[in-house]
Every structure is written in C-alpha cells, then in structure tokens.
Design a protein around this ligand. Sequence first.
Ligand code: HEC
Length: 148
Amino acid sequence: MAIQSGTHLGPYEIVSAFRARLTAYVLLLGLIFTGSTGCYETQRSKERAIARGKALFEMHCCGCHNGKRTDLAKMPPDLAGIFRQPHLPSGVPATDSAVRSMMLAPRSDIMPSFEDSLSDQEIGDIIRYLRTVGPETHLCTATRSVIR
Ligand code: HEC
C-alpha cells in the first residue's frame, strides 16, 4: 500500500503502515543474521577442507615429498610454497589444474597416479592446503619420524 504524504491517515492505515515497516525490519534483520552465519559456516568449512587436505597430504604425499628420498632416481621436490612462485619445479605454470593433473596423470615415472585413491574433493582439499603453505613451512613434520 502506497502512503502519500499529505493524505489523511486513519488508524487502520497507520497500523498497517507500521506493520509493513516492522515486517521489513524483521526481514532485514533475518537477512543480516543468515548472511553472517552463512559467512561463518563458509569460514569453518574452509578451515575443515584445509585440515583435511593437510591430513591427506601427510598420508599420501609425505612418503616421498619429505626431502629425504635420496633412494629414488629423482628427489621429489619440496612442495612448500609451490603456489607462491609462478612455476612448478618442472617449469609448468603453478596453477590448481597443473597440480591436479600431476595427481591424476603425473608427468613422472616415479610419482604414482592418485586417480583411484583420491576423490575429486580430496584432491581439491590437498590443493587448498598447499595454497596456505609458504616456503618457510616444513612440510611432513608429522610423518618425519615414521619415514626413513
Ligand atoms: C612415490 C613418490 C611420490 C609420491 C607418493 C608423490 N610424489 Fe609428487 N613427485 C614425485 C617425484 C619424483 C616428482 C618429480 C617429478 C619427476 O618425476 O620428474 C614429484 C613431483 C610433484 C610435483 C611437482 C610437479 C611439477 O610440475 O613440477 C607436485 C605438485 C607433486 N609431486 C605433488 C604430489 C602430491 C600432491 C602427492 C600426494 C597426493 C604426491 N606428489 C605424491 C614423487 C612422488
């Protein structure tokens, strides 16, 4: 209902105008509330994805990418900070899809494919984790004592 200024408002119009306004405020508050809890959820699910990625990385990648595999024909590179540089050790651009394809169809005789052992979501979580890691980080500390 449009309220025109200068129009005489009876008690019914005043009450219904007030109600309309109240409804608008309640809706607005509801939007703000759900909006902010939505952000909170996103932040939490982000943190969870990164924590999952770290655990998966330690489980599947630290056996080789731990700086100690002198027994292999080629030393697996340190992956700390790979996304802070323009290129991966092989020289391809350091993008999510390059790291993803390294896990699915590695350009390597040594590194296995994780196509059958990691889901798309898990590969994404590992990438998210690696994106949080800077070159100063010592990866694989949790598994360092286990792997010789
Ligand atoms: C059996 C040992 C082994 C395992 C396990 C392994 N890698 Fe590798 N990875 C290598 C080697 C060796 C290289 C160097 C590439 C080559 O063979 O020339 C490499 C290279 C890479 C690179 C660099 C690619 C480039 O283009 O420079 C990335 C990224 C990578 N590995 C990610 C991973 C991730 C993520 C995992 C776990 C899901 C993993 N690797 C597990 C051995 C391994």
